[in-house]
Design a protein around this ligand. Structure first.
Ligand SMILES: C[S@@+](CC[C@H](N)C(=O)[O-])C[C@H]1O[C@@H](n2cnc3c(N)ncnc32)[C@H](O)[C@@H]1O
Length: 214
């Protein structure tokens, strides 16, 4: 595993990012102390990054794929345009319950819905359009999620995919794991897909931003 960004610079950047509100601080503490794999949570820096994207898009319709404890959904919520909503897909009953409890206790209870079940089935049941889609669930399905949401993306919408540099494993030729291979195929496919314009940003674990090609 490799740090994408120098850890000291990453810590400096986080320290110079507006601190999270109290409801996110307490959620993060509970994730760290009670849930498995707490590193899956986007955290302060990427949370604010997602909020900024949501705000810049004036998003009214956001789809999140992979709720976990609700940190990223609750990060995006303050960036929504008035009347905006977030639908978040989560397969784990434990994670869905955790996130719903924290969302209910937050100022954004009316703006976020967590739908429990396999995300692909949920996406197929939703008409869209989505101004922003945040892909952050099982890595082997990233390309399927991309194909499922692209036709439902608003004309000026964005797809944001997390963990696309995969702690540097993406460049390790000895890593042939299913997740790593799937992310390589995802990255390679999008980079040459004429339907979209892509930038792979070195934010945290790699964040790929995608829009429709003109
Ligand atoms: C990396 S975590 C999401 C982190 C979250 N965005 C955050 O920042 O707190 C991935 C989540 O996707 C969920 N997940 C995995 N496979 C899924 C699927 N097929 N459908 C829906 N959710 C899935 C996992 O249970 C896990 O909670």
């Amino acid at each position: 595993m490799t740090d994408i960004v120098d850890p000291a610079l990453e810590a400096y950047a986080a320290a110079h990012t507006t601190a999270p509100p109290e409801h996110l601080e307490s959620l993060a503490v509970e994730v760290l102390t009670t849930l498995d794999s707490p590193h899956m949570m986007v955290g302060r820096l990427e949370g604010r990054f997602l909020e900024m994207i949501t705000f810049a898009l004036s998003a009214t319709s956001v789809l999140e794929i992979g709720t976990f404890g609700g940190y990223s959904a609750l990060s995006m919520a303050p960036g929504l345009a008035p009347g905006g909503r977030i639908i978040s897909c989560e397969i784990s009953a434990v994670h869905a319950e955790f996130a719903r409890r924290h969302i209910a206790a937050s100022p954004y209870a009316e703006q976020i819905d967590v739908i429990e079940g396999p995300a692909l089935a949920t996406i197929r049941s939703l008409p869209g359009p989505f101004d922003l889609v945040f892909i952050d669930a099982d890595k082997v399905s990233y390309l399927d999620y991309f194909e499922a949401v692209l036709p439902k993306l608003s004309p000026r919408g964005l797809i944001v995919a997390d963990n696309t540099l995969w702690s540097g494993r993406i460049l390790d030729p000895s890593d042939r794991s299913e997740d790593t291979e799937a992310l390589r195929v995802f990255n390679d496919t999008l980079a040459t897909d004429p339907r979209v314009v892509v930038v792979q940003a070195t934010v945290r674990d790699g964040v790929t931003l995608v829009r429709r090609a003109p």
